[in-house]
Write a protein that binds this ligand. Structure first.
Ligand SMILES: Cc1cc2nc3c(=O)[nH]c(=O)nc-3n(C[C@H](O)[C@H](O)[C@H](O)COP(=O)(O)OP(=O)(O)OC[C@H]3O[C@@H](n4cnc5c(N)ncnc54)[C@H](O)[C@@H]3O)c2cc1C
Length: 440
């Protein structure tokens, strides 16, 4: 029993994906948990806002049907995903190309995109090389991928024989969308992991917005476990101090606050650099593309890295017959913040006019979100499975301990919980999960 939120077996600090995942694994093993969230809502970087009836995510959160934790995390059984079209649409050289999708709907193909003045034969050869690389990755285990020599993504692609045209025309824009890193400084192992996901599964978004993932997890926790507006100021192995509230006592603590805040609570913890991400949401009278496709900007003629007609993927996010277009700008903004939103909006709409081949003058900006610490950078060399056990009784999880994705955050929560259960001597069998959750 929870003693008026003053005592539980385990306290989890932070109700983002990692913290909620850890809490579920702890409850599934039969222990009590209190989750303390500093803000007034759950979800952390996957919280969704509503503006004038439009549902707006903090970013174009692209998940993948092949993310294992979406299928394995207790509490996510009811998660519904909306899939994007197979493959991607690439805008380059003034044309649109469909890559790895339904070629009947394509105006031009990858061979044209990378062909340029070269012979059709060399373009075809390179396309075959790309197909073979993805097929090989799709069949390679995580352990083998992580055992490969590590370099930057840019160097690894060149070493595999991909031409600058293939890199700039397709691989860089694709990896920019999947890793938020257009410079391709990310560890080649991490790039291989996300390319493997692209080859194995389908890009997708959670139905109802990115917040539906943490909301489902929160709903499935025992009543009374989750407390909002509890800003934790210090932690030890058996007690957590909370700003303006009584301390909470426990047998173990999991810090799941995101890297920067975690280092404030746990001095000495590694804090990575971050890729900043800016997202612009536009309401438009008519969808500029009647398809749930990921549109990649290979032409670099403007600030947009990629864009999606979000209402084609999940019609529930828009209102009153209008469509919602969500577009992503990667990298820092001048001065580190949105100093001139109007100007950025103008530049983005100019670029979108070219990407979608339509007039964007009448597009209404619903929101412009800039997240400086959006995605932890995974520069080579990158430790993909950073330790989550600091001491017996003190654990840390979050995307900064794993790969910087929703999958990484969920998996880090699982790893932290498993170390904790072992330290507490709790015998945990995965088959007990459903029984313990039902009994909680
Ligand atoms: C714009 C953007 C785009 C993204 N795109 C993608 C994508 O396409 N695909 C993908 O897989 N991932 C994407 N991500 C990354 C993904 O959102 C994160 O990997 C994941 O949400 C991280 O979850 P987390 O639990 O580790 O951390 P967080 O979500 O940061 O959760 C930490 C929680 O701890 C709380 N907290 C902090 N300090 C305290 C304290 N002292 N006391 C109590 N609570 C505290 C915070 O309020 C927060 O709720 C994107 C992120 C952003 C911002």
């Amino acid at each position: 029993m929870l003693n008026h939120a003053r005592h539980a077996d385990v306290v989890v600090v932070g109700a983002g994906l990692a913290g909620l995942s850890a809490a579920h694994h702890v409850v599934a093993a039969g222990l009590t948990v209190i989750v303390l969230e500093g803000s007034d809502r759950i979800g952390g970087r996957m919280a969704t806002d509503t503006v004038d009836g439009f549902r707006l995510d903090p970013g174009n959160h692209l998940l993948n049907t092949s993310f294992p934790e979406l299928h394995r995390t207790p509490g996510l059984a009811g998660l519904r995903m909306r899939q994007l079209s197979p493959g991607v649409l690439v805008r380059g050289g003034g044309r649109n190309y469909r890559v790895f999708g339904d070629q009947r709907r394509a105006r031009d193909s990858l061979s044209l995109l990378i062909g340029g003045s070269r012979t059709p034969f060399s373009a075809t050869l390179e396309r075959a090389r790309l197909g073979a690389t993805l097929a090989r990755l799709a069949g390679t285990s995580t352990a083998r991928l992580l055992a490969r020599p590590e370099t930057t993504t840019a160097e690894a692609l060149a070493a595999r024989g991909f031409s600058p045209r293939m890199v700039d025309g397709f691989l860089r824009p694709l990896l920019a969308a999947l890793l938020s890193d257009p410079a391709l400084t990310t560890s080649s192992r991490c790039a291989d992991l996300v390319l493997r996901g692209f080859a194995r599964g389908r890009l997708c978004v959670p139905e109802g917005g990115s917040a539906s993932v943490p909301e489902l997890l929160a709903k499935a926790l025992p009543p009374g476990s989750l407390h909002l507006g509890r800003n934790v100021t210090s932690v030890s192995t058996n007690e957590v101090a909370v700003d303006g509230h009584p301390a909470v006592r426990c047998r173990a603590v999991v810090v799941a606050t995101g890297a920067r805040r975690a280092a404030g609570l746990l001095p000495g913890l590694h804090v990575p650099e971050f890729h900043p991400v800016t997202t612009l949401h536009h309401a438009v009278a008519e969808a500029p593309l009647r398809e749930p496709a990921l549109v990649l900007a290979a032409d670099r003629r403007g600030p947009v890295a990629y864009s999606v007609v979000a209402s084609e993927v999940d019609p529930g996010c828009a209102l009153d017959g209008r469509a919602l277009v969500s577009s992503t700008v990667l990298g820092p903004l001048p001065g580190g913040r949105v100093a001139d939103a109007e100007r950025l909006d103008r530049e983005v709409r100019g670029h979108l006019a070219d990407l979608y081949g339509t007039d964007t003058d009448g597009w209404e900006l619903m929101a412009l979100r800039h997240e400086r610490d959006a995605v932890p950078a995974m520069r080579a060399p990158h430790h993909v499975r950073r330790p989550v056990r600091l001491l017996s009784g003190l654990y840390v999880c979050g995307d900064h301990r794993d790969i910087s994705t929703a999958q990484g955050a969920l998996y880090s929560g699982r790893r932290a919980a498993h170390h904790l259960l072992r330290d507490l001597g709790v015998r945990f069998r995965p088959e007990d999960t459903q029984r313990n959750l039902a009994a909680a």
